[in-house]
Design a protein around this ligand. Sequence first.
Ligand SMILES: CC(C)(COP(=O)(O)OP(=O)(O)OC[C@H]1O[C@@H](n2cnc3c(N)ncnc32)[C@H](O)[C@@H]1OP(=O)(O)O)[C@@H](O)C(=O)NCCC(=O)NCCS
Length: 256
Amino acid sequence: MQIIVRHTCNLNLNDKSIQRKIGIGIIQDFNPNAWMESIGNLHAEEQHQLNQKITNDAKNSFYLARMAAKMAITNLTGLEANNTWIDHGVFGYPVLENDSLGLGISLAHTVSSGFAACYDHRDKIGVDIELVNETKNTVIETALTKREIELVNTKGNNRTVYLHLIWAAREALSKALQTGFLIPLELLEVDAVIKNDGYYEFTFKHFSLFKSKAFEFNKSICTIAYPERCLLNIEPILTLLKRNKSEYSQNKVKEI
Ligand SMILES: CC(C)(COP(=O)(O)OP(=O)(O)OC[C@H]1O[C@@H](n2cnc3c(N)ncnc32)[C@H](O)[C@@H]1OP(=O)(O)O)[C@@H](O)C(=O)NCCC(=O)NCCS
């Protein structure tokens, strides 16, 4: 089944007098060949970039992130995103070209899913999506700090989920910083994870300026890193996902 989620969530500055929004786009379990049929949805520049990808997995992944980005832009602005495309800045961060609104964009993709957040450029947001897969545990463990492993060890038999949660929180932070993994990875260390009703919250040891929230969705973890001085409300997305769970578990395309 293919699942498409489009929504916005509020980002309040701490004094609550300023409220901005983040546009969110998620595509999951995408039919691996469908991009070939809908390539026309991409800007000519993006079609050119897609043609340079060699493998079908790389093309799929590229396409999904761009479609998620277009959904996120449209949700935030109410405008079609046909005239903009995504290029990359000096550290590889995505940059929206031909955008007159001053938007920022963050992307993550796997071969079958895309996740994007579109935001006001005054905010700094980073996203990640990770398919939870036990075979990745060892690789993740070698990248985490001793303290993070100790943190995971306190979480009982949810080891696989917590390893992926911490990994995704680090990646999302690296994207909000716009450095990616070009900085020493231990600087991205997670300080604490709190489990709430339907989502997780993270703080970072060296970057107390940022926090992160994550939710599990269809065997994946979706994470959003954002400035600590803001309040990010992801409840509308969680409510949407909960309400539609029974429907998207049926074998059909579900747009919510
Ligand atoms: C940012 C990074 C951690 C992303 O991790 P990933 O698991 O490869 O891929 P994800 O799907 O989570 O995210 C990919 C998106 O991150 C975004 N991204 C890349 N570098 C970024 C940066 N410095 N800041 C913010 N976002 C970045 C891009 O939009 C990319 O998608 P696109 O290339 O289709 O536009 C990683 O690409 C990175 O750090 N790269 C720089 C170091 C590098 O090139 N290392 C070589 C391989 S280890």
